[in-house]
Design a protein around this ligand. Sequence first.
Ligand code: NAD
Ligand code: MG
Length: 399
Amino acid sequence: MTIANVLPSPAPRRLSIFGSTGSIGCNTVDLIERNPGAFDVEALTANGNVALLAEQAKRLRARIAVVADNSRYDELKEALRGTGIEAAGGENAVVEAAERPVDWVMAAIVGAAGLRPTLAAARQGAIVALANKECLICAGELMIDEIRRHGATLLPVDSEHSAIFQVFDFDQPDKVARIILTASGGPFRSLSRGQMSSVTPAQAVAHPNWSMGAKISVDSATMMNKGLETIEAYHLFPVAKESIDILVHPQSVVHSLVEYVDGSVLAQLGAPDMRTPIAYALGWPARMAAPTPRLRLEEIGTLTFEAPDAERFPALLLAKQALQMGGAAPTVLNAANEVAVEVFLQGRIGFLHIAQIVEETLNRTPSNRLNTLEDVGEADLWARRYAQEQATRFHALHN
Ligand code: NAD
Ligand code: MG
């Protein structure tokens, strides 16, 4: 199927993609390729997948391709020789690429590693389509302040937040009673704690509905993803911390809901395919076509809903605790979780240890406030070190 160029603007939208080789990045590239002439690609970046990065840069005629792992720079340069596409390597080069003026940026790096480039994009006033939830959780209000100060626009890409964005009445935020984030429940939705203690990384990354990168797949399995999304929602929408609820919905068709004071509940529905929320952000404020499977409710027949179980999924409570604590707590929660997930994926700790590492680290959070981005860096580093120590301890228990 070919999708017509449906963007209203006659001038192509100039854009960059950070993390173009990942799951979100590849879906974004796919949509761009289906709309020839609608987009003008400035920069593409990746961590280490040089072959795919170079291929994407050639196909999209990007001006520059950047590999964050500097040891791969020569390889990238060689792959782009004779194409006229600039090659660069290293973390600073990723940030410099984000400083190049564009209309629109896809922030799809995974983890707090995406913070510096996302801030650089915000500082040049771009529309920032945010998939990289960790950077918002890690820097919180400081990131929102930077966005405001530089006249940038933040658009959600996470499917739940895109859904809320589409049905939230920003003219009457005081008439919103609560927002309800739906959760698939992940691959271990029906497992007991005893059964979860022996699950493998391969089982944890096999999500029932969504095809995603390894880190977010593990976050979905622990349900930390929904915890992180609660904090993300708090920053993106004008709602009280207590007015964000979670509802388990295994079919992933209702992508989230907004309840108003008159009892009306508005929701956005669709097939579980990230190209719908990405297209919403890519064309915004206009809608553009996406090649997503059409939703046939008559074929699905039954949609089910259940309350989340925080006893089996303690990560949900840890994220709520971090949100209530404020200050450095969300930064610490996120950093400890990144470390724990990585160590779990390496097979060095058990699945249940992930939340335990996060809990132990969160409970030691230094009480100082986050006044500057340097404070964010310090809290992040402290939490990574502390979580690593806990991981070593659990590793000894695990074997
Ligand atoms: P992924 O692992 O598939 O891709 C991550 C991308 O970031 C890759 O291009 C990788 O090269 C790059 N990268 C990784 N580490 C880097 C580093 N240190 N420096 C620079 N680049 C680095 O991840 P994903 O599933 O595409 O997720 C990306 C972000 O989007 C995450 O924050 C995730 O939570 C969020 N998200 C993803 C989905 C999804 O469906 N995949 C849905 C909602 C939100
Ligand atoms: Mg989501």
